[in-house]
Design a protein around this ligand. Structure first.
Ligand code: UDP
Ligand code: MG
Length: 313
């Protein structure tokens, strides 16, 4: 019988400081489960350090480690998509971060769930070691996203998880540009399972996702999985319109009933104009968010461009 093949897909962006430890810990996991044909596809997302060279060198020592090198920095989601498309030989794919916030020691547990019949295994965080503003922002986002999404949301999980071949194929068909992995994973369905872990601080180096990127990522999550912002605009329009109509009616009746019409009301007017102007600008902004995404989609540019592959066809 053929050995089950499991590939890890790991986006790498300026991760030189963690790569040696990553490779060491993955090797330990691989060697502990010789019944599985392992490979690790590290997707170099335009690193400015020696990450790509390090991976290519290591491929010479251990061909289970493979490299997909993108032509520039395309961002985490694109790198993930590149890895998933490169993992053609795998029966299951594990997606994880390079910085060891996702402990590789959890992989055998995910593989066991897969072998027991699950097709999408999600690693759920029991705790998060991030603190301060970043932490608060993550929590806020998850609350907001849960309330806004038109699809079921799966809280407390990020990229870390396993996808069986059918789920990987389904994923590779999703060619949309503004990608939000946890949302897409919830969207594809399949037989699901969960494993639990404690999320660690990154092992070395600095977070490569800047705060503004995370905000962008979060808004991709909201706008590509929810029409609620648009609907909210309609409701706001109806509400403000109704208020305006009633107010108008009130003034007309007032004028008809008593003739007292002093030329006052500048404050009221100014407040109304500013308020309505604000509502309209927000409305245009929300439309713009959707329009920009539509524009991205119709251009049909590929999500990434591969410069070279090492150890893969
Ligand atoms: N990453 C990437 N391209 C980028 C930014 C990040 O491939 O443009 C990778 C990074 O190397 C890491 C993963 O995405 O493996 C998560 O990044 P990071 O740890 O900076 O994000 P966070 O943990 O804050 O979500
Ligand atoms: Mg990280």
């Amino acid at each position: 019988m053929k050995q089950p093949a499991v590939a890890l897909v790991i986006p790498v962006f300026n991760e030189e400081p963690v790569l040696p430890e990553l490779i060491r810990r993955l090797t330990a996991v691989f060697d502990g489960q010789p019944a599985i044909a392992w490979s690790a596809i590290l997707v170099n997302d335009g690193s400015r350090d020696r990450s790509a060279a390090l991976i290519a060198e290591h491929h010479g020592r251990d061909p289970r480690f493979k490299l997909v090198e993108l032509s520039r920095n395309f961002g985490f989601q694109a790198a993930l998509a590149a890895g998933l498309e490169a993992a053609t030989a795998a029966d299951a794919v594990v997606t994880m971060d390079a910085d060891l916030q996702d402990p590789p020691e959890l992989i055998p547990e995910m593989v066991a769930k897969w072998q027991a019949g699950a097709e999408v295994v999600r690693a759920v965080r029991k705790t998060r070691e991030e603190t301060g503003l970043r932490r608060a922002a993550f929590d806020l986002f998850h609350k907001l996203f849960g309330a806004l999404s038109d699809y079921p949301v799966e809280p407390n999980s990020g990229t870390y998880g396993l996808l069986a071949r059918p789920a990987v194929d389904a994923f590779n068909q999703l060619t949309e540009r503004n990608r939000f992995f946890p949302g897409l994973r919830a969207w594809v369905g399949f037989v699901r399972a969960e494993v639990f872990y404690d999320r660690k601080e990154r092992a070395a180096g600095e977070a490569q996702q800047t705060f503004s990127r995370l905000v962008r990522y979060a808004s991709d999550g909201v706008f590509s999985f929810s029409y609620l912002p648009l609907r909210a605009l309609t409701y706001a329009g109806i509400f403000v319109g109704t208020c305006g109509f009633l107010l108008g009616l009130y003034y007309i009746i007032k004028r008809l009933v008593d003739i007292e019409t002093a030329p006052t009301g500048f404050t009221t007017l100014a407040a109304l104009v500013l308020f309505l102007g604000g509502v309209q600008l927000i409305g245009i902004g929300v439309l713009g968010e959707y329009l920009g995404r539509v524009y991205d989609e119709v251009k049909r540019r590929p999500n990434y461009i591969v410069r070279r592959r090492v150890g893969l066809e």
